[in-house]
Design a protein around this ligand. Structure first.
Ligand code: ADP
Ligand code: MG
Length: 530
């Protein structure tokens, strides 16, 4: 594409040079090629607005600059903040350099956390950035290696390429920060429970965003300036499969994780360091108790989040096994919370039975009726549209109003369905900027392919209901066969229906109960097999 002087003139950046020149000259002296980058940026209606030596530790010789884009680019990519351009003198670009780029963001000068510009003398820079594009939460665009008359075209093409070849909807890891959308009321409720010292349980169907929510909670808690906050999140899914090894393994991990956090904040670690190798539950409890009392004097709060709690308590069919050590561990955690005002626990997972059943492994369940239980609500249509539109902006994608609402309705409040559907649609879009508006037609064209591609996942997800909620699973099957049975079933099995509503498989709509898209998906999958 040949760039004409008028293409980017609208809302071009106009920098007052006198104030800036000193800084920029430093950059130009260290990296002469930056002079040509500046000329190219100006052709794109954009400019450098700041430059300084890299603020990172052990990073001598590198520089960073801030680029402000003109309105044409800003509008197209929703890039409303300045971009960091990073210049490194090292001839061999390393992955860790790329992975450290976000550390360049200075809270006093907010820059875009999604895209960085990068220059190094390494001829492989662009290729390496291609390879690494999924290794960080952001993308980096290579600046032209050498001065050339077509640098503006090259920068523009690289940005467009990078932003239109990523598929931000396609994300299977938990999300936090700028990638975490909606759920503000839930987060607020959870935070206020924690502040009030109440233990909380966050439950929900698979892939509804439980882990993301707890991680985001941890991020927000840890960023509080007033007190020291130690937040340790342990995913119990990775516990060893041999049941007897689970509690010892968990204790060891908790010790290691707590130690790492305490050390990184320069806090007392003595009791945990002294803990014998392979501690018993009561060793662990005593050590943590003493340590908590000490660090309470310096206003240190510790929150332990146990995710995928069902991995520890097992499926419904295993509740009568003999596992005294699990009950002992839960009892120890409860005692620690009760005895220490600066310790709290959050559990999350698929089943709330750990808080609802009086008996666990034929003993009294220490967590019974102890914590406040919260189920992740289905996303509202507004939240769903927000995810589509705001992630879309970062890839130069526009959803027209009708298509965004339609996609929200198809996903019916389930974030996994929403993101996989959007990801499928985006795969069909061309990279020409003018052709990146999603209409209902484009959406409908991808729907069948999307259904086929996620049917297996959905079936797998619903299988877990049969493990942890066997009665509910049977009812669901009945309802899929014959939705007219809702009234009878609702009357006869009120608590099971309540669970299905909590899991987002049934909705209590004004016109009566109905299956959600996720549950109905199952039905369609089965009838497809017949
Ligand atoms: N608040 C959110 N905003 C946007 N996407 C989300 C949000 N929460 C979850 N997701 C998406 O859903 C997927 C499943 O989230 P995750 O937290 O792993 O769910 P769970 O722990 O319930 O299985 C993630 O990969 C992420 O892409
Ligand atoms: Mg999870």
């Amino acid at each position: 594409m040949k760039i004409e002087p008028t293409d980017f003139a609208d809302g071009a950046v106009n920098v007052r040079l006198q104030k800036l020149q000193g800084h920029l000259n430093g950059l130009f002296t260290a990296f002469p090629v930056a002079t040509s980058h500046r000329a190219a940026l100006r052709k794109l209606g954009s400019d450098f607005v700041y430059a300084a030596p890299s603020p990172l530790a052990n990073d001598r010789g590198s520089w960073m600059a801030l680029v402000r884009f003109g309105s044409v680019i800003e509008r197209r990519f929703g890039l409303t903040r300045e971009l960091i351009a990073y210049y490194s003198p090292h001839a061999d670009l390393q992955l860790r350099t790329y992975q450290r780029l976000d550390e360049l963001i200075d809270p006093r000068r907010p820059a875009t956390p999604d895209v960085f510009l990068l220059w190094t003398p390494d001829p492989m820079t662009a290729a390496k950035l291609d390879d690494w594009s999924s290794r960080a939460a952001y993308v980096a665009v290579a600046l032209p290696r050498i001065e050339s008359a077509t640098n503006a075209e090259e920068i523009w093409a690289n940005i467009v390429n990078r932003l239109t070849t990523t598929n931000l909807y396609d994300q299977t890891l938990p999300v936090t920060g700028r990638d975490f959308f909606g759920r503000q009321a839930t987060l607020k409720e959870l935070t206020s429970h924690l502040t009030a010292g109440r233990v909380s349980g966050v439950f929900g169907f698979r892939k509804t965003g439980k882990t993301s929510l707890v991680k985001e909670l941890g991020r927000r808690v840890a960023s509080r300036q007033d007190t020291h906050q130690i937040f340790v999140l342990r995913d119990l899914e990775t516990l060893p499969s041999a049941e007897l090894d689970q509690v010892p393994n968990l204790l060891e991990d908790l010790r290691v994780n707590l130690l790492a956090e305490l050390r990184s904040q320069g806090l007392r670690t003595y009791e945990l360091v002294e803990l014998p190798h392979k501690p018993t539950v009561s060793d662990f409890r005593r050590a943590l108790h003493t340590l908590l009392a000490h660090i309470n004097k310096s206003d240190v709060n510790v929150i332990l989040a146990l995710d995928e709690i069902e991995s520890l308590v097992g499926p419904a069919s295993a509740r009568d096994n003999d596992r005294p050590e699990v009950v002992e561990l839960l009892g120890a955690l409860r005692a620690l919370v009760q005895e220490n005002p600066n310790f709290n626990v959050v559990v999350s997972g698929l089943t709330s039975s750990i808080l609802e059943e009086g008996q666990l492994f034929s003993r009294e369940n220490p967590f019974f009726a102890w914590a406040s239980t919260m189920f992740l609500p289905r996303l509202t249509n507004v939240e769903s549209k927000d995810i589509l539109v705001r992630l879309g902006e970062r890839m130069a994608i526009i959803w027209d109003d009708e298509s965004a609402l339609r996609a929200a309705e198809i996903a019916d409040g389930h974030v996994f369905l929403l993101r996989t559907l959007a990801a499928k649609v985006v795969q069909t879009l061309p990279s020409e900027l003018t052709a990146r508006t999603i209409t209902v037609d484009i959406l409908e064209n991808s729907q069948k392919r999307w259904r086929r591609s996620v049917a297996g996942h959905v079936r797998e997800m619903l299988e877990s209901v049969s493990r942890y909620y066997p009665d509910e699973h049977s009812l669901l099957d009945l309802l899929i066969e014959d939705p007219l049975q809702f009234e009878i079933i609702e009357e006869q099995f009120p608590s099971q229906i309540e669970h299905l509503i909590q899991l987002g498989l049934v909705v209590d709509a004004p016109e009566g109960l109905r299956l959600t898209a996720l549950a109905a998906f199952h039905g369609r999958g089965l009838s497809g097999l017949q």
